[in-house]
Design a binder for this molecule. Structure first.
Ligand code: ADP
Ligand code: ASP
Ligand code: MG
Length: 468
């Protein structure tokens, strides 16, 4: 059971979370609990670290006091009644606060912030939330047992974007978690891991979902539950499309595509480990626990063709315009080799790439680097005018139409484009995912939300999903 930041944002939310866990425990299930940091904490820790390394130590410490320490103490006040237990908890939290202060002062002296030191700071958010939750569960009579995720999730050394090493983590989980399951309620941190030699890492923003999936998979869980602040995965981001509906069932592939193309409700890497062992996932609402939520399984029984529309903003379209494609062999291969060498993530390769151009989408901050790498790779062709130019168009977004049934249903793309045309939205570029489970459309960033609404209306996703 993984609970996100809003599900543990304050004493009331934590109390609610604990009752949900109690429900599972008393029903004879054997929960393992993975928690995020209190909502806003990771952002605040990043701000503290950035202020500190720019030499603004007083500001960093003030922010720590106001945005983090005060909030956590308030949660403790609201949750724990027993004075001894409360004091014990506050004492151990105080040690953590002091460690963060020491780290921030170190950053201010060094004047630099490496990914490694950032991870050391960020990991405190989840340590604090789990400490509080464990004490509160114990006070409420649940046999909670705090575990340090750094001793469970072994990762590689890509600080701030670490990858769990499954075999090594499996051994840790066998030794340290399995024996507790059913006798205790293990409570541990999402988002956090450590390298083989024990240096703290994090799995990337929103990575607690991924932690839960990894742990659930290593434990061979019956189900991986992701508890959040909406009734499940919806047909679109409810902040963009107020009439969006909860989707009852998704296939693993559909869920993976949705999260990859911007549905924040699930971290994009969450699906992969679960697929391998065929473990179903469920997305549930902490603030409406009776709702059915979304089930993510291998073979959904419901077969609506288009399931959801998502969007990712803040992108750039990089274009290599080729004059004599035929006389410059291997252009595409060289384009993507050059980009891969810079470790730039290509979100989509555009299909409209005619013979005369190759284009692909990257996150906006990576675009200048991509353009530079390509200019270098094609220097000779550029000077011989075999390649016209290499350039990036900023301010674009991908709108993705997702659904496994699209493969066998003609006319989906035409319908989507019709809707955009009627809404007066210009399509910059398109691609069909190789899985044919999604159609990706590039539009101007300012049009993205309206595009999502237009396509959502066109496929009538606000209506109840038909039964199988
Ligand atoms: P948590 O803190 O629980 O991990 P997140 O904020 O990461 O929660 O994810 C939940 C949020 O994702 C929702 O509140 C919603 O605003 C947003 N969201 C974006 N797209 C979707 C979608 N298709 N379905 C549901 N929620 C979505
Ligand atoms: N606390 C981390 C973040 O805000 C991880 C998570 O909540 O999933 O990114
Ligand atoms: Mg999240």
């Amino acid at each position: 059971m993984k609970f996100g930041g809003t599900s543990v944002r304050d004493a009331a939310a934590m109390a609610q979370m604990i009752e949900i866990v109690r429900g599972r425990w008393e029903a004879g299930r054997e929960p393992v609990v993975v928690l995020s940091a209190l909502a806003g904490t990771t952002d605040a820790l990043i701000q503290c670290a950035e202020a500190a390394h720019r030499g603004r130590e007083p500001e960093a410490l003030r922010l720590l006091d106001e945005a983090i320490i005060a909030k956590h103490k308030e949660a403790v006040e609201g949750l724990l009644e027993d004075p001894t237990r409360r004091q014990l908890l506050l004492d151990s939290m105080e040690k953590h606060f002091q460690e963060i202060q020491t780290l921030l002062k170190g950053l201010a002296i060094l004047g630099e912030l490496t990914p490694r030191s950032l991870d050391a700071v960020l990991a405190y958010g989840e340590r604090l939330s789990t400490l509080i939750a464990t004490a509160a569960m114990q006070e409420r009579g649940l046999p909670a047992h705090w575990l340090d995720a750094r001793e469970l999730i072994v990762t590689d050394e890509q600080f701030t974007q670490a990858e769990p090493l499954m075999a090594e983590s499996q051994a840790r989980v066998e030794e340290r978690v399995k024996p507790l399951v059913g006798a205790k309620i293990p409570v541990t941190q999402g988002f956090v891991g450590a390298t083989r030699d024990g240096r703290t890492t994090t799995l990337g923003r929103g990575g607690s979902d991924y932690s839960a999936a990894v742990l659930g998979t290593l434990l061979g869980a019956e189900e991986i539950e992701i508890w959040t602040d909406v009734d499940g995965v919806m047909t679109a981001d409810p902040r963009v499309v107020p009439e969006a509906r909860t989707i009852k069932e998704l296939s693993y592939t559909e869920a993976a595509e949705l999260s990859y193309f911007g549905a924040k409700v699930l971290h994009p890497k969450t699906i992969r480990p679960a697929v391998e062992r065929g473990i179903p996932l469920r997305i549930l609402n902490t603030f409406n626990p009776q709702a059915e939520g979304t089930r993510i399984v291998g073979e959904p029984t419901r077969k609506r063709v288009v399931k959801a529309i998502t969007t990712i903003k803040g992108l750039s379209l990089v274009n290599v315009e080729v004059r004599g494609m035929l006389v410059v062999p291997g252009v595409a291969a060289r384009v993507f080799t050059a980009v891969a060498r810079e470790r730039i993530n290509v979100l989509m390769i555009s299909q409209s790439s005619s013979e005369q151009s190759i284009c692909f989408v990257v996150e906006a901050p990576a675009a200048p680097k991509a353009v530079e790498a390509l200019r270098e790779a094609f220097e000779r062709e550029l000077s011989r005018r075999l390649i016209d130019r290499v350039h990036a168009q900023d301010g674009v977004a991908i709108v993705a139409v997702v659904g496994a049934g699209m493969r066998n249903t003609p006319g989906i793309a035409a319908k989507a484009f019709g809707a955009l045309g009627r809404a007066g939205i210009n399509v910059v570029s398109i691609a069909q995912g190789s899985s044919e489970h999604n159609l990706s459309i590039v539009v101007g960033e300012r049009d993205a939300d309206e595009a999502v609404r237009a396509i959502h209306r066109e496929f009538q996703l606000h209506k109840e999903e038909p039964d199988a």
